[in-house]
Design a binder for this molecule. Structure first.
Ligand code: ADP
Length: 607
């Protein structure tokens, strides 16, 4: 039972106590005067002790002539007091000396005493139901709101938290493409008057964290319209039909608030190729997807709702989604280049206290391949580090340290290596770095460390100095040799092999296979792609590869992969043998210092 439910029941209980308290107050008037019997009263009348009798319904209040305190009595109903007294033998003459007073009975009190006990159960039930709906949105009442989407909204009136284009760095082409959407949302009439058709659906594609959601929010912010957000995965529930009904609800909400933006994140979670799933054609996802298509087709031409959807897998989307009138426009968002990284960093440090020595350009240089989200994360990590270091501002040191944390996971200083482990790891990492620095087109070594981070015992950080969009065969061959160098060193120096190289060989094998089957870089197999890589829809994994080549070719592929690997191993071995001196030097320095930075490493290599 949730704590909310307990709270509601407790509340209802307290209210029940209060009501019954009030109830008792009216039904049992407070203990005051003593009650006397009618015969006692008659006796007192005959003794002429009574000054006044106040009649209130059937209740009598008796005031005495002597000092006796007020008493009360109850008379029979339906008969007058005088008659009653006479009937009980009171002297009529003496009755006449008494002062009678008649008080209006308190009607509402009587009514209340009837109504409260009747209404109480209803009030209680009502209270409990109210409590459930109010406090317990996620509780049993959810059963009634199944088909409603858990749509979230950003209010256009909330100017303080509004996202605008100023909050989005880079993404120039996408912004340009979407500016007219902003104009349309601001003044739909202008476009409608000229019969200009504005796209209803725009697909934002790009890797995770490049700012798809951010850009969609910024469009809403710029146009000053409500922004409705829902993720594709939220449509998919255990029960068939729920997804479709949620889609309907989401579109309805957006339409009701037009002009508005409806943003569907992770469109690929629902919009994959229909019919490609296992288990029949009419699964839940298909119904949901169909409903999206129906809703998009059902838009009135003039309705000012723009549907933006985000995906990092446009290739797996159902083609029906991309037809005219649906998501017929695409804006591609790329990972930021060096200039954009600098701009993103600047946006994220705006509200943070930074030291004067901070050099954003340097950080942008060192973060090749980072997405906007990674950079935002980096600044946050740096802020956390600054707190740890007891500093008032965030400095360059914190920023640099955070780069590695974002890339490789947190340092695990507690993960202490034994002496032989430390030696092996040092030689392993030194070998990676040494081989990389001796091969053409290899990315420069930025840092070598034997402090464990994430899952790795040690690491060698290589990163290009500038953005790269093309890769060469030479570069790949150098990478292969670099990957195998660690293992070669273990064999050469310690005459053993450890599990430290497990990940290296996995990566190397993958790379070698891609060289042969995808990049067409094997001379023996020529410029062909081998195998059709298709994903299994419901697992979303590259599980199944259609083999479109003969067994003979398969054998050739295996041979070529193996040849790439053994050549690379030989290259690495040769370098390590030739530069044994340097290898020892780097490894010993690593054992002593645990971490070597780029500058120091380059000095050793240049010597
Ligand atoms: P996506 O939807 O593409 O996965 P998000 O839009 O959710 O990525 O981005 C996550 C966060 O990363 C944003 O909230 C923002 O802080 C940061 N970010 C990403 N791209 C940019 C950018 N171009 N400019 C500024 N911040 C960005």
């Amino acid at each position: 039972m949730s704590s909310n439910l307990i709270r509601t029941i407790f509340l209802a209980f307290i209210i029940f106590l209060i009501i019954s308290g009030i109830f008792t107050l009216f039904t049992n008037p407070k203990k005051g005067p003593e009650t006397i019997t009618l015969s006692d009263l008659v006796g007192q009348v005959n003794q002429e002790n009574i000054k006044k009798i106040t009649i209130n319904g059937d209740e009598l209040k008796i005031d005495f002539k002597n000092d006796r305190a007020q008493a009360k009595a109850i008379k029979e109903s339906g008969i007058s007091l005088a008659e009653l007294l006479e009937k009980y033998g009171a002297d009529p003459n003496k009755i006449q000396t008494i002062n009678f007073d008649i008080e209006e009975p308190k009607q509402w009190g009587v009514w209340l005493s009837y109504i409260v006990p009747l209404a109480l159960p209803f009030i209680l039930i009502g209270l409990i139901l109210w409590g459930l709906t109010r406090f317990n949105k996620k509780g049993p009442m959810e059963a009634f709101s199944f088909g409603q989407s858990k749509i979230k909204m950003q209010d256009p009136k909330d100017t303080k938290n509004r996202t605008t284009f100023d909050d989005v760095a880079g993404l120039r082409e996408a912004k340009e493409e979407l500016k007219e959407v902003v104009d349309f949302l601001k003044k739909p009439e202008k476009f409608n008057a000229l019969g200009a058709l504005i796209p209803r659906g725009i697909l934002l594609t790009g890797p995770a964290g490049v700012g798809k959601t951010l850009l969609a929010k910024a469009i809403a912010g710029e146009a000053g319209v409500p922004f409705f957000y829902i993720s594709g995965s939220e449509f998919v529930e255990m029960f068939v039909g729920v997804g479709a009904s949620r889609v309907r609800h989401a579109f309805q909400t957006a339409r009701k608030n037009a002009p508005s933006i409806l943003f569907i994140d992770e469109l690929d979670a629902i919009g994959r190729h229909r019919g490609a799933g296992l288990g029949g054609g009419h699964d839940e996802r298909e119904q949901t997807l169909n409903q999206i298509l129906v809703e998009m087709d059902g838009f009135e031409p003039k309705s000012a709702v723009i549907v933006l959807a985000a995906t990092n897998r446009p290739d797996v989307l159902d083609p029906a989604l991309l037809r005219p009138g649906r998501f017929d426009r695409q804006a591609v968002l790329d990972k930021p280049d060096i200039e954009d990284r600098e701009a993103i960093l600047k946006i994220h440090i705006r509200k943070k206290p930074m030291s004067r020595n901070v050099d954003v350009t340097d950080i942008a240089h060192r973060t090749v391949g980072f997405s906007g989200a990674d950079l935002a994360n980096l600044i946050n990590e740096a802020a956390i580090l600054a707190v740890k270091h007891n500093r008032k501002t965030i400095g360059q040191k914190e920023l640099r340290e955070s780069i590695e944390k974002v890339m490789l996971g947190p340092e695990r200083k507690s993960h202490i290596l034994s002496k032989p482990e430390k030696e092996i790891t040092a030689y392993h990492e030194a070998a990676h770095a040494l081989v990389a620095s001796n091969l053409p087109e290899s990315d420069p070594v930025q840092k070598i460390s034997i402090v464990s981070r994430g899952m790795a015992a040690g690491y060698t950080l290589k990163m290009p100095d500038s953005d790269k969009y093309l890769h060469t065969k030479t570069e790949f061959l150098s990478d292969l040799a670099t990957l195998l160098a660690g293992r070669q060193a273990e064999e050469m120096i310690f005459n053993t092999l450890t599990t430290g190289g497990t990940n290296d060989i996995k990566e190397a094998t993958g790379l070698a296979r891609r060289l042969v089957t995808r990049y067409g870089m094997s001379d023996r197999l020529g410029p062909l792609t081998y195998g059709d890589h298709e994903e299994l829809v419901f697992l979303g994994k590259d599980l199944h590869e259609e083999r479109n080549y003969s067994d003979q070719t398969a054998k050739l592929i295996d041979e070529e992969v193996k040849r790439f690997i053994s050549d690379a191993a030989a290259t690495a071995k040769k370098i390590l043998q030739d530069k044994r001196q340097k290898l020892n030097q780097i490894a010993n320095l690593l054992i002593k210092k645990e971490t070597i930075e780029k500058e120091e490493f380059q000095k050793i290599i240049a010597e």
